[in-house]
Design a protein around this ligand. Structure first.
Ligand SMILES: Cc1ncc(COP(=O)(O)O)c(C=O)c1O
Length: 372
């Protein structure tokens, strides 16, 4: 007789106490659990318009070759990105979502005893990935819900290998200016790499926002990560990329799974990149609706963080998870931020005008503020 799991399973001690990522609730799960027909998801900062029709066509065509392994080099996608960004292909790496590139950075650059500087309410995967690697996350408090880049620079020591900055940041939506980022980079000692996560880059409309790829072009110790999951509407296919010096890319390639992006994902991403009109429509809708949603929340007395991304984050004034549950019961999925240490806050992705109106109505109905 084979032994029972209780007999053979030993929980890895180096994982003790580590948390896992809590993703946005899937629509089908909420429909099933609550018996609701109409459920809207504003919890994972997805594109409410869906993928570009050109990307769907390309994905279908790529399916015909699904019996063949994908191109491990993602040659066509990297060539398309190279032309789009104006950087050589040797400076590009493609991954299974941009989080995959972040994983590779931790794997490649963090040895035993090394650390990574991360701000306190930064995108949770930075801390989780680093801690699962070597428990080397060094958290630096934010200033006014924004990465405090001066303090992060001061937190760098002789065992720091990576500094993570999401610009704009998720879940706060806040951002750092060009001068601050350049000052941080200028002060980094040799051997330290700044990871600039620009997952929401396409939505930004601020002249003071630094385009990280310019820093890479100028030879700065920076890797920029970007994604096809947001403005390009391909979150379900998992494609992201990194832009860095060829030496940095070379280190990542040593630890990367060669076939980490599927041929379908590669083809869809290249087609999505070409559909600039779809990205423009997405960005225009999102900016206009973000102003409307944020304005409505402010008018109701909520504190709303200034966001350059495709979501807004607001203080509910009570336990955010309670408001989240009440919204869920009305078929509206948003994101509670207690896992980020922001107990009173909720993050809501910007959807279509109709979805946003439904969210605002549901919030009004479930909010303690609306009670007499
Ligand atoms: C700041 C940030 N970086 C990266 C990601 C993940 O992107 P991907 O789907 O490319 O792994 C997200 C997703 O929410 C994000 O908010």
């Amino acid at each position: 007789m084979s032994p029972t799991r209780q007999e053979w399973f030993v929980s890895p001690p180096h994982l003790e106490g580590l948390d896992r990522f809590e993703p946005g609730k899937p629509i089908a799960e909420v429909q099933r659990e609550l018996g609701l027909e109409r459920v809207i998801k504003l919890a994972s900062n997805e594109n409410p318009l869906g993928p570009s029709p050109m990307a769907i066509d390309a994905a279908r065509a790529a399916m015909e070759e699904a019996h063949r392994y994908p191109d491990a080099e993602a040659t066509e996608l990297r060539a398309a990105l190279s032309a789009h960004l104006g950087v050589p292909s040797a400076q590009l790496i493609v991954g299974s979502g941009s989080v995959d590139v972040i994983e590779l950075l931790a794997k490649a650059f963090l040895g035993p005893g090394d650390n990574a500087v991360i701000s306190e309410h930064a995108f949770a995967r930075f801390r989780q990935i680093v801690d699962a690697r070597n428990r080397g996350a060094r958290l630096v408090p934010m200033r006014e819900w924004t990465h405090d880049l001066e303090a992060m620079g001061r937190a760098v020591d002789d065992r720091t290998r990576l500094v993570f900055v999401a610009n704009p940041n998720n879940p706060t939506g806040t951002w750092n200016r060009r001068a601050e980022v350049e000052a941080l980079v200028a002060g980094l000692p040799a051997g330290v790499l700044l990871v600039l996560d620009e997952a929401y880059f396409e939505y930004v409309d601020e002249p003071e926002y630094p385009n990280g790829v310019d820093l890479v072009r100028r030879g700065a110790p920076v890797i920029v990560t970007r994604t096809f999951s947001k403005a390009h509407g391909l979150g379900g296919l998992r494609v992201g990329y990194g832009v860095a010096a060829p030496e940095v890319i070379g280190a990542l390639l040593v630890v990367r799974e060669a076939f980490c992006t599927s041929r379908v994902a590669q083809a869809a991403a290249a087609a999505a990149l070409a559909d600039t009109a779809h990205v423009r429509r997405t960005v225009e809708l999102t900016r206009a609706e973000k102003a409307r949603v944020a304005g409505a929340l402010v008018a109701r007395g909520y504190t709303v963080l200034p966001s350059l991304a495709n979501f807004v984050t607001f203080d509910t004034g009570e336990e955010g998870r309670d408001v989240f549950r009440r919204l869920l019961s009305r078929g509206v999925i948003v994101r509670p931020l207690d896992p980020y240490g922001m107990r009173r806050w909720l993050r809501v992705s910007i959807g279509t005008a109709e979805e946003n109106a439904t969210f605002l109505e549901a919030l009004e109905a479930v909010s303690e503020r609306s009670e007499p």
